[in-house]
Ligand binder design. Structure first.
Ligand SMILES: Cc1cc2nc3c(=O)[nH]c(=O)nc-3n(C[C@H](O)[C@H](O)[C@H](O)COP(=O)(O)OP(=O)(O)OC[C@H]3O[C@@H](n4cnc5c(N)ncnc54)[C@H](O)[C@@H]3O)c2cc1C
Length: 656
């Protein structure tokens, strides 16, 4: 062992890299970790080849890492097998279909590609509107349904902890709105939830209910961290940056001024801006013509440098990239769904595992026997999934998991064909079913590869959908006394892995403890985004995906442990004992990142989403939240509703 290696190993030990709960015990990790930089630009299959001396299972484990416990433990983010099939599909491996493709002999009235919120909603609408004698099949490529609405579970010191993998919050809707009635129909009767109460020793601390609240910021209980990149060694904490008016931050006076206005809310208060009232009004079209970065500069008086150095990519309107890459309208698109703000300050809600609960409620509504126990939030939070009941022979609605649709094609001329042939890959084999209609709810990045006879108009529309990656890292800690000691409940940092986290009071359901204390374990969620300001929207997505999928679990684990150690060691935090588990959720195509012109078109061309939403193509209709241009589960539901309505109005006939 060289001196350098010895040093690295003792450094690894100091941050707990040999601690047990996240251990993978595989042979290839050291090679993959040390060779990470050489692997850039390769896809996972190529990584496996590079690691040829080791088994595929070893390398796969090194990529996937620890998955937590429970029903979601084999489905953290995009599962490795899903990605492999996805890349084969992109590279044309299923064109033509292999000669040993197995015809299942099944014919469905509707096959739905994708078992996220949109696909599940499509199945429910189809079942409810077409009638229970009509059949539908969902093909979902992950080992469990939910799409980006899934959760991780940890077992820490005898306590069960739950955290979201992706889709987190929902907003209380107007009581008689379409979304409210939909929630009610799946068993979410009371959208306002009850949250944990404080039971810690010492004065009660300010806690939000979601990872996005920064509740401590306006109460002096928030910290900004400046590390080595800001010339600070061992690093500098500015606790209560707003209250202290950024005094002591190692920044230029101009940057301090701008950040203070931004984080104190003054920039928003001062701005004389009239936001869009409805989609397509004059202001929304003006916003869509410029980048969000330009809009932030004009509306809030921020400099480009401040935006790119301190605010990007977090303040990107929830679209995965920094404001330079996005349409300014993306910041306002979701607001136009009009949540019900009754003044109680409770409009934003979150289940312990985020919108996982909404997905589970939908599955229970579709197939009552598929989750044990009664309907309703408590029932689906505690009940176990009955996997066999999801795809039971004879059932009119079926959910087929670990099944990637690889080919959807009309049987003949799309204008006249009476059926579609749909092929999917499962367990290394390819199967084929027939369908009288289909909803593509899996997302733009796969739909464009799967539909083999897609006309040029739709094909070029999909080519203008760019998606960017995101890695959600859930870090279970045995307690958060180190934060209490520092007097903070959330923090932000401007370099390194992730950018922020917040301690959150969880909704009390599904066995969550009714109180929260710094002495008990919690999960801290880091959202890791990949942005490269200055590059095109498409290029930023490609680069980020390349970086995310070629970095082994162990390397990310090391960076997270080091980040926490650098920030919290002085407050008594010890990564080797305090981190109880890390789960990475890698979403290769997490967010649609709408570029200027995405929403309402540019250069006299129709908006790409309108081309796909306007009408079905033959027997195929299009759904998924990305068709709205905003990543929000309400849009997933609304797009599914439109797509199924189009099929029933125009495609599915009585004798079909
Ligand atoms: C990190 C993150 C945080 C988010 N936070 C929120 C939030 O707080 N609130 C909110 O409302 N929204 C949030 N979203 C947006 C989220 O996308 C939506 O809420 C919603 O979950 C999307 O559902 P969907 O069905 O439209 O798409 P998806 O969830 O992407 O579901 C599509 C499913 O289809 C599968 N699929 C794709 N291709 C195929 C194929 N060929 N064959 C079979 N299956 C296929 C996919 O793998 C996936 O499982 C967040 C998204 C991310 C990434």
């Amino acid at each position: 062992m060289t001196e350098k290696n010895k040093k690295a190993s003792s450094g690894d030990r100091a941050i707990g890299m040999d601690a047990s709960i996240t251990r993978r015990d595989f042979l290839g990790s050291a090679l993959l970790a040390s060779g990470a930089s050489a692997l850039n630009g390769l896809n996972p299959a190529q990584i496996l080849a590079t690691a040829g001396a080791f088994s595929a299972a070893d390398a796969q484990a090194d990529w996937t890492g620890y998955g937590g416990v429970g029903e979601y433990s084999r489905s953290n983010g995009n599962a490795f097998a899903v990605m492999e099939v996805g890349h084969k599909m992109r590279d044309g491996a299923y064109e033509p279909l292999p000669p040993d493709t197995i015809e299942t002999g099944e014919t469905y009235d509707c096959v739905i590609v994708g078992g996220g919120i949109s696909g599940l909603a499509a199945a429910l609408f189809f079942q409810r509107k077409a009638g229970k004698d009509k059949t539908c099949l969902i093909l979902e490529n992950h080992p469990i349904f939910g799409g980006e609405a899934k959760q991780n579970e940890f077992e820490v010191d005898g306590k069960r902890l739950v955290a979201h993998q992706g889709s987190a919050i929902y907003l209380v809707p107007y009581p008689y709105s379409f979304i409210a009635r939909f929630y009610d129909s799946i068993g979410l009767h009371t959208p306002k939830l009850t949250y944990q109460r404080w039971s810690g020793t010492g004065p009660e601390m300010t806690l939000g209910r979601t990872p996005y609240d920064s509740a401590g910021l306006s109460h002096g209980q928030y910290g900004f961290w400046f590390g080595a990149e800001f010339g600070q060694d061992p690093g500098l904490w500015l606790v209560d940056p707003v209250g202290k008016k950024m005094e002591g931050a190692p920044l230029s006076p101009a940057a301090r001024r701008e950040l203070l206005r931004w984080f104190s809310g003054a920039a928003a208060d001062e701005s004389k801006f009239d936001p869009p009232k409805y989609e397509g009004d004059e202001i929304s079209r003006k916003l869509d013509a410029i980048s969000l970065e330009q809009h932030m500069m004009e509306r809030y008086g921020l400099s480009r440098e401040t935006i790119r150095t301190f605010l990007s990519p977090v303040e990107g309107g929830g679209s995965g990239l920094g404001p330079d890459a996005l349409s300014a309208f993306s910041e306002y698109a979701a607001d136009l769904l009009h949540p019900w703000d009754d003044g109680s300050g409770e409009v934003v809600q979150m289940f312990p595992g985020g919108n996982t609960t909404i997905a589970r409620l939908m599955v229970k509504a579709l197939l009552p026997g598929s989750i044990d126990g009664p309907e309703g939030v408590e029932g689906v939070s505690r009940g176990a999934v009955n996997f066999a009941a999801l795809d039971a022979r004879g059932s009119t609605a079926r959910v087929r998991l670990s099944s990637t649709a690889v080919s959807v094609r009309h049987d003949g001329d799309p204008a006249k064909a009476s059926a579609l042939s749909i092929a999917y890959a499962k367990d290394g084999k390819v199967f084929s079913v027939k369908a009288r209609s289909a909803v593509m709810a899996g997302g733009s990045w796969t739909a464009k590869h799967i539909i083999k006879d897609l006309p040029e108009a739709q094909r070029s529309a999909y080519a203008q959908f760019y998606r960017s990656p995101c890695m959600m890292a859930n870090v279970a800690v045995r307690n958060w006394r180190f934060l209490q000691k520092m007097g903070i409940t959330g923090c932000r940092w401007f370099r390194g892995i992730g950018n922020y986290f917040d301690v959150r009071r969880q909704a009390v359901c599904g066995g969550v403890e009714p109180t929260i204390t710094p002495d008990a374990p919690i999960v801290l969620t880091l959202k890791v985004l990949y942005s490269y300001p200055g590059y095109s929207t498409e290029e930023q997505g490609h680069r980020g995906r390349g970086e995310m999928i070629t970095t082994p679990f162990r390397e990310y684990e090391r960076r997270i442990r080091q980040q926490f150690t650098d920030m919290f060691r002085a407050a008594g935090f010890r990564a080797e004992q305090d981190i109880a588990g890390i789960v990475l959720n890698r979403w290769g195509h997490a967010y649609l990142t709408p570029q200027p012109g995405f929403f309402f078109g540019s250069n006299g061309q129709r908006a790409p989403r309108d081309v796909l939403r306007a009408a079905p193509f033959g027997r195929i209709a299009f759904a998924n939240t990305d068709l709205a241009g905003a990543m929000d589960h309400r849009y997933s539901i609304l797009e599914a509703h439109r797509a199924v309505g189009q099929l029933l109005d125009q495609v599915v006939s009585r004798e079909a």
